[in-house]
Write a protein that binds this ligand. Structure first.
Ligand SMILES: [Zn+2]
Length: 372
């Protein structure tokens, strides 16, 4: 019995064993699912940590980024924001270039104060001068052509506003192999100023009379003027008065606008008609040769200059001192200015003698030099 009891006892235990195994399996299963769930939860938590929540978008309302997210703050700069740079890889813009890229160049130069002319997409001498001043101020080769280097600086935030100090170092009006040509088709930029301007009276003293004692000119030209008038006096031809010399664009603007207003008020002309009529006798600001500091108007008090001995002497001898009779009636079509026998322009002795010999106006002579 005890044996059978023991067997019976052992015989009853398989049910308990199965139940325990089942319980264990269920336990493992439950624990496993729970562990998987926990891992998934942890993963999603990690994801939340590393993936920024999408920022709320509200149409028409600006959304402040959550703190901790870096925001782009543009560096403060004194220059106007650069206009988007055009394709400038291999572009070289120069005199004669035309189109949108030239307009963009002119607009940018204007924005920075280098260019005062029209934004017309036409790369003329005014644009060239502005590019030269820009290049000089930025340590670039000052060739007046806007190549990749110049354009890269111009459209970057390295581009500086023009520096206009009270005593700027001017442009050398006598530089180069070709005399500086200024007329209504070759206009100087508004910020143009010649180098080495001197007050004529400081050098010439009482040798000359002056309409205005503050008249100035480029030193080399003033010195030539003094030699010339000194020799004329030696020949007994005297007196001489300076009626016009260096003129700033501001001066020229004043003269031009005064005339335009006069035609509008007195004759009832529209502005554009008054401007057209003014242009017959007054050069546009920037188109006056007086702006070079190399031109002088000479006169004789109380006389019409073309009737005087001074005019006869000047016409014969001015070439020997580097001056030319700039405007004659015969060349009016080419110069755009009616005959002005009182106006001389300094170009240097070598050029002056050739111009006399060939009987050319400066426009023709410059054209000839460019072809050679
Ligand atoms: Zn003149």
């Amino acid at each position: 019995m005890p044996n059978s009891n023991g067997r019976k006892k052992r015989g009853g235990s398989p049910y308990l064993f199965i139940a325990a195994v089942l319980a264990l399996l269920i336990g493992i299963a439950v624990f496993g699912i729970q562990a998987l769930n926990e891992r998934a939860a942890a993963d999603s938590e990690r994801k939340q940590l590393f993936t920024p929540a999408p920022s709320p978008t509200v149409s028409g309302v600006s959304v402040t980024p959550a703190p901790g997210f870096s925001t782009y703050t543009p560096a403060p700069t004194a220059t106007p924001a650069p206009t988007p740079a055009p394709e400038i890889d291999a572009t070289v813009l120069k005199v004669g270039s035309k189109g949108d890229e030239v307009s963009r160049l002119q607009a940018r130069l204007q924005e920075l104060g280098y260019y005062a002319g029209k934004v017309d997409g036409d790369y003329g001498s005014g644009t060239r001068q502005a590019v030269i001043v820009f290049q000089k101020q930025h340590g670039l080769a000052a060739d007046g052509a806007a190549g990749p280097k110049t354009l890269a600086v111009l459209y970057s935030d390295q581009a500086q506003m023009i520096v206009t100090t009270p005593m700027p170092t001017g442009l050398d009006t006598l530089a180069g192999d070709i005399p500086l040509l200024v007329n209504k088709w070759n206009v100087l930029p508004e910020d143009y100023f010649p180098a080495d301007l001197v007050r004529i009276k400081d050098l010439a003293g009482d040798l000359l009379l002056y309409d205005d004692e503050s008249f100035m000119g480029v030193r080399t030209a003033v010195e030539a003027l003094i030699r010339m008038i000194g020799d004329a006096k030696q020949d007994g031809v005297d007196p001489w008065k300076v009626g016009g010399a260096y003129r700033t664009i501001a001066d020229q603007k004043k003269i031009f606008n005064r005339r335009v207003n006069k035609y509008m008020n007195d004759d009832g002309l529209s502005r554009s008609k008054a401007e057209s009529r003014t242009r017959l006798t007054v050069a546009d600001p920037g188109a006056s040769e007086h702006h070079t500091g190399l031109a002088f108007d000479l006169n004789v008090p109380g006389a019409t200059f073309s009737d005087t001995a001074q005019y006869v002497w000047l016409k014969q001898h001015c070439w020997d001192y580097g001056f030319i009779m700039r405007y004659t009636d015969e060349k009016e079509d080419l110069t755009g200015i009616i005959g002005e026998e009182w106006h001389v322009r300094y170009v240097g002795v070598e050029h002056a003698k050739k111009i006399q010999e060939l009987d050319l106006c400066l426009e023709e002579y410059v054209e000839l030099l460019k072809k050679q």
